[in-house]
Design a protein around this ligand. Structure first.
Ligand SMILES: [Zn+2]
Length: 571
């Protein structure tokens, strides 16, 4: 039994994510976690909400709430939606947890001890009326380029010009509206990533099995221009992990917090501590400390491509720089973007389907199947309603759903609701078993390699093989001349339903459960031996005809949803 630590990139706390976010990390991570568990491996699958930083403060202010309350509430919302999509996290943590506070402070202190932190004085905008420094997004003014009156401190939304807060004409605080602003010196901590360059390069070079896309992004950041740059790890904000050196105060850093990019990935580790605190597990160190049992763990991270630099360089700089025996990532699975119906998903314009809306119109398996079978792996992919309708109606309703319905209903009408006895498997059946065996080994190889689309294609081909067999064997015709043979055919077909339930569970867990319940079995053993697996349900074993497993999407529904999710027109 192998041990797999699996993490999904942490979704940011401010709002509900769209389907593109879901398929970019959490959903494929769940597929892999479910598969690894199904094969008998020990799995720890972790994810958490990323809660610190200015966007959380701004979203809370917009909602008229205290930022801590806002984050607690949104964590609840995101947890419920994750459950709705059957994301099987062993723990869904929070980067604002006490565990992450302590661990972030520990890492900062340790990195300082290793000579990897330096103090830098910077000039930043201070608001006298608000009594605080203002991050870029808290300052607005007139754009020097186009005259737009509400240009932000980092960018003008009207002409898209990148700005510094000092470029703005008549700048004001977006908190109080005050124009009483001045530049003040403030001290910040920088992580000396430049000192870590050779160590990181050697580590990246040791990852011979990583995709070129991943290593080339890392190498670009390591070597382009002046090479990897030192990076600020603190901010003048209230909301975040207070800057401390381990458990001790950090002179000169009072009232400051760690920058969200520094504390968020540390939550991958802290989340395992939260998992223990929540009494779901007993020993987090055997997953994360190579001196305490984690040396045989395989650690896989899932993320969108925009997160790759961060996970190949910034977080490893923290881990490797500490020179403590932390488990570092073994494999990074990254994804391109999912686009929406001829454009992009847009949170601000409400364009595209968001996770809560998706569950309101159809059960999660429909979405899971489409998203995973169209995962943006080698390039960006696109969601269209036509494609979604076609995929659901064909793959799920016509192929899988129809097979289950025909087999169980036919058996009930001719043999009753039990697995029929009698008859022998013939050549057609042996050919089917041979095909399924070949396809199963290929399916397993793709799943192990995290080739999501190829896995889905192979699974679909396995469903199709059953349908084609049913068409060829035609037990309803056989029954008229040779009822014994028809019994053998239908016995095989009933066993195929259990077989499908077991192997499809990583993709469509709810349908799988429904099928297992209908077949009245809890035997989820993986079919290492296909022929033997197709004899699991013995003659006389009872079953029930399930309700419709997958319904079809009508043209009217498709048109209605297309209209509904098109987004508000930009005025
Ligand atoms: Zn402008």
């Amino acid at each position: 039994m192998a041990r797999h630590l699996i993490t999904s990139a942490l979704p940011y706390i401010n709002g509900i994510k769209h389907l593109g976010n879901l398929v970019g990390s959490q959903l494929p991570a769940d597929l892999f976690a479910r598969y690894m568990r199904a094969r008998g491996n020990e799995v720890l699958f972790l994810c958490a909400t990323d809660e610190h930083g200015t966007p959380a403060e701004l979203a809370a202010a917009k909602a008229g709430k205290d930022v801590a309350d806002y984050c607690a509430e949104m964590h609840g919302v995101q947890t419920k939606i994750a459950d709705g999509f059957r994301l099987s996290f062993d723990h869904y943590g929070r980067s604002s947890s006490a565990e992450n506070h302590a661990l972030t402070q520990h890492f900062a202190g340790r990195l300082a001890d290793m000579g990897l932190i330096r103090e830098v004085s910077e000039k930043m905008v201070y608001s006298n009326a608000d009594g605080r420094f203002l991050p870029d997004r808290y300052i607005e003014g007139t754009c020097p380029n186009c005259g737009f009156e509400s240009a932000r401190g980092d960018q003008c939304d009207n002409c898209t010009k990148q700005l510094d807060p000092t470029d703005l004409i008549n700048p004001y605080s977006t908190i109080s509206g005050s124009t009483d602003l001045e530049e003040r010196e403030t001290k910040h901590l920088f992580l000396c990533q430049s000192q870590m360059r050779e160590k990181l390069q050697a580590w990246i070079d040791s990852k011979g099995d990583w995709p070129i896309l991943t290593t080339s992004i890392a190498n670009k950041w390591l070597n382009d221009g002046d090479g990897l740059q030192d990076r600020g790890i603190t901010r003048d904000l209230d909301w975040g992990v207070p800057v401390k050196k381990g458990g001790e105060d950090w002179p000169g850093m009072e009232g400051k917090v760690f920058y969200v990019w520094f504390d968020a990935p540390i939550e991958y580790i802290a989340c395992a501590q939260e998992w223990v605190a929540a009494e779901k597990g007993t020993d987090w160190e055997r997953w994360w400390r190579t001196d305490k049992g984690a040396d045989d763990v395989t650690y896989t991270q899932f993320m969108g491509k925009d997160n790759v630099p961060f996970h190949t360089l910034s977080f490893p700089a923290t881990i490797l720089g500490s020179e403590e025996p932390w488990k570092a990532v073994d494999y990074i699975k990254s994804f391109n973007y999912l686009n929406y119906d001829g454009g992009q998903f847009s949170t601000s314009r409400g364009r595209g389907v968001f996770m809560d809306q998706a569950l309101e119109i159809l059960p999660s398996d429909y979405w899971r199947w489409w998203l995973l079978s169209h995962a943006p792996e080698s390039s960006d992919s696109e969601f269209t309603w036509e494609n979604f309708q076609q995929s659901v109606n064909k793959d799920l309703a016509d192929v899988l759903g129809n097979f289950v319905s025909r087999v169980t209903k036919f058996c009930r009408s001719k043999f009753g609701e039990v697995v029929p006895a009698g008859g022998e498997l013939g050549e057609t059946e042996q050919a089917l078993i041979a095909e399924l065996t070949t396809r199963m080994r290929s399916y397993e190889d793709h799943m192990t390699a995290m080739e999501v689309r190829k896995s889905a294609q192979e699974l679909r081909a396995i469903w199709v093989a059953g349908n084609e067999y049913l068409q060829t064997a035609a037990p309803w015709s056989t029954f008229k001349t040779d009822p014994e043979k028809a019994a053998a055919q239908i016995r095989l077909a009933l066993n195929l339903i259990r077989f499908y339930a077991v192997i499809s569970a990583p993709f469509i867990p709810d349908a799988s459960e429904t099928l297992m319940a209908a077949m009245q079995t809890e035997d989820t053993n993986w079919p290492d031996d296909v022929a033997a697996a197709l004899e699991t349900l013995q003659p006389g074993h009872p079953f029930a005809v399930p309700d419709v497993t997958f319904r079809k999407i009508s043209d009217d529904e498709r048109e209605e949803w297309q209209e509904k999710f098109a987004g508000k027109r930009k005025s």
